[in-house]
Design a protein around this ligand. Structure first.
Ligand code: PGA
Length: 249
């Protein structure tokens, strides 16, 4: 049985004042939510997030992790540092990092390994661009993004979370239909099964890309959609919580 995970990706948004209100509201609203909730916040606000959420049912995490353990890597944040702030999750390979910071799938696999080595649960993002979808290469692209990760994690597969985020749906208001998303989620699960059949049924595969209260119920109802990675709608507690309440599994 996979417990639904609704994870917020705040991206580079927020400040001490607005975060305090948002975190408090999520904490308060989480009490009657059956799904698991998590927020992935900008690194400078991890201490604040820990202070507000500690002792609640809401988990927290970061949006990136260094491939290195420690050393002369200016600007990087290590897995050990994230653990210092009791992070549970870390997003790796978000499409914004792949496209704007040229992160390769091999690097994403290394980050996934670093996360696991530090006791963090990586949320590994994959997804095709619009031109890739239109040229019919969605399956090939997603499979190629995931392959190095599977090679790297081997027996720890059941400890990762995957997020399928079609790039054309992120922040655009365009959402994949539940059927389109389910098709890719099923392909991903098949790929996972080929690597580790037992783990494949345990791994949660989240959908991301303009998920909001209005479309969440239909997406979350699909067999292989085990939650959501929420960007814009995670910045409003009422929307974020409404997405979580839309889960009927
Ligand atoms: P969005 O972002 O919900 O704003 O489309 C999702 C994401 O990028 O994780």
């Amino acid at each position: 049985m996979r417990r639904t995970l609704i994870a917020g990706n705040w991206k580079m948004n927020g400040d001490l004042v607005t975060n305090a209100a948002l975190l408090q509201a999520v904490r308060a609203g989480a009490q009657d939510v059956a799904a698991e909730l998590a927020v992935c916040v900008p690194a400078p606000y991890l201490a604040q997030t820990q202070t507000v959420l500690e002792g609640s049912s809401v988990a927290w995490g970061a949006q990136d992790i260094s491939v290195h353990e420690a050393g002369a890597y200016t600007g990087e944040v290590s897995g050990r540092m994230l653990k210092d702030f009791a992070c549970h999750y870390v997003i790796v390979g978000h499409s914004e990092r792949r496209s704007m910071h040229a992160e390769s799938s091999v690097e994403v696999a290394k980050k996934t390994k670093q996360a696991l080595a530090n006791g963090l649960t990586p949320i590994v993002c994959v997804g095709e661009t619009l031109s890739e979808r239109e040229s019919g290469s969605t399956a090939t692209v997603v499979e190629a993004q995931l392959q190095p990760v599977l090679a790297e994690v081997s027996d720890q597969l059941k400890h990762i979370v995957i997020a399928y985020e079609p790039v054309w749906a992120i922040g655009t208001g365009k959402t994949a239909t539940p059927e389109m998303a389910q098709e890719v989620h099923a392909l991903i699960r098949k790929q996972l099964a080929a690597a580790d059949n037992a783990a494949a049924s345990e791994v949660r595969i989240l959908y991301g890309g303009s998920m909001k209260p209005e479309n969440a119920a239909d997406l979350l109802a699909m067999t292989d959609i085990d939650g959501g990675l929420i960007g814009g709608a995670a910045l409003k507690a009422v929307d974020f919580l409404a997405i979580a309440h839309a889960d009927q599994k």
